[in-house]
Design a binder for this molecule. Structure first.
Ligand SMILES: [Zn+2]
Length: 238
C-alpha cells in the first residue's frame, strides 16, 4: 500500500471528476461508511458525480445502495484502486486469469471446440496455416430462453478468426444438407451428438491419438511398431 503518498484534495480543480469523486469518498466518507446521493451531488453538481462514482466500480470500488429500491443512500463498502495515483489503470475488461484459462482449456480437453484440433497439430486442409494455436475465446450464444449469453470456449486461432469475420457462416445450407445426406447412419448420430453439445467431442481413435502424441519419442516409436504389427495381422487374416 502507498499510505505514505500524500493524498491530494478532492477540491483540486486540476484533477478529473472521477479522481475527485474517489478522493471525496476516500477522505470525506471513508471505507465502511454510508453517504447520500444528495451529499455527492452537492459536492459534484450536474450529475457528473454519480456517473463517475459508477465508473469507480471498474476500479474495484464497492459502492452499493443501502436499499435496492431507493437509491438515495449508498454504502462505501470498499475503497478500490487509488485512481488519483499515477499509473493506476483499469484492468483489461474481463481479462482472464491464467487459472481461469487453464480451467477452460482442461474442461474442453485442450481441443478447439469448433474443429477439434489440438495444440501444435497441423490442419487437415492443404493450405499452410501452420500448427494450431489454442485460445480461450469469449463467444455470444443464444440460450434456450432466447437470451444472448457470453460463454468461454477453447477455440483455435483459425476458427476464431473465421467465426469473427463471418467465414464460418455457411454460404449455402443446401450444400450442408447434401453433405449430411452423404453421411452414414452412424456418422449422423455422431454429428447429432456434436450439435447437441455445441462442440466436437473426440472419437475413441482420436483419444488414443491424443495419448500417442504426448508420449516421449522412443515410446512413440514403440507404439507405432506395435500398431503396425496389429494392423498387419488384421489385414493378413481378412
Ligand atoms: Zn478450430
Amino acid at each position: 500500500m502507498s499510505d505514505n503518498l500524500e493524498v491530494p484534495s478532492w477540491r483540486d480543480p486540476t484533477l478529473g471528476t472521477m479522481k475527485r469523486v474517489a478522493l471525496w469518498l476516500f477522505s470525506e466518507i471513508g471505507e465502511g461508511n454510508s453517504f447520500t446521493m444528495e451529499s455527492l451531488l452537492s459536492a459534484f453538481p450536474n450529475q457528473q458525480g454519480s456517473r463517475r462514482m459508477r465508473d469507480l466500480r471498474t476500479f474495484d470500488w464497492e459502492i452499493e445502495p443501502l436499499d435496492r429500491l431507493d437509491r438515495s443512500s449508498y454504502l462505501l463498502r470498499r475503497v478500490g484502486r487509488r485512481v488519483w495515483e499515477p499509473g493506476v489503470t483499469r484492468p483489461a475488461r474481463g481479462a482472464l486469469t491464467s487459472s481461469q484459462r487453464i480451467a477452460i482449456l482442461s474442461r474442453d480437453g485442450y481441443k478447439c471446440t469448433t474443429c477439434g484440433i489440438g495444440p501444435g497439430e497441423s490442419y487437415p486442409s492443404s493450405d499452410d496455416r501452420g500448427p494450431a494455436i489454442l485460445h480461450v475465446a469469449r463467444m455470444k450464444t443464444r440460450t434456450a430462453k432466447g437470451l444472448i449469453e457470453e460463454v468461454l470456449r477453447t477455440q483455435c486461432a483459425a476458427c476464431n478468426v473465421a467465426e469473427r469475420t463471418g467465414q464460418l457462416i455457411p454460404q449455402d445450407s443446401q450444400g450442408a444438407r447434401e453433405a449430411v445426406a452423404a453421411l452414414s447412419a452412424g456418422q449422423r448420430v455422431q454429428l447429432l451428438v456434436w450439435i447437441m453439445n455445441d462442440s466436437r467431442t473426440r472419437s475413441e481413435v482420436e483419444k488414443v491419438w491424443d495419448l500417442y502424441r504426448v508420449l516421449p519419442a522412443d515410446a512413440k516409436q514403440e507404439l507405432a511398431a506395435h500398431v503396425g504389427q496389429l494392423v498387419e495381422a488384421e489385414v493378413a487374416t481378412e
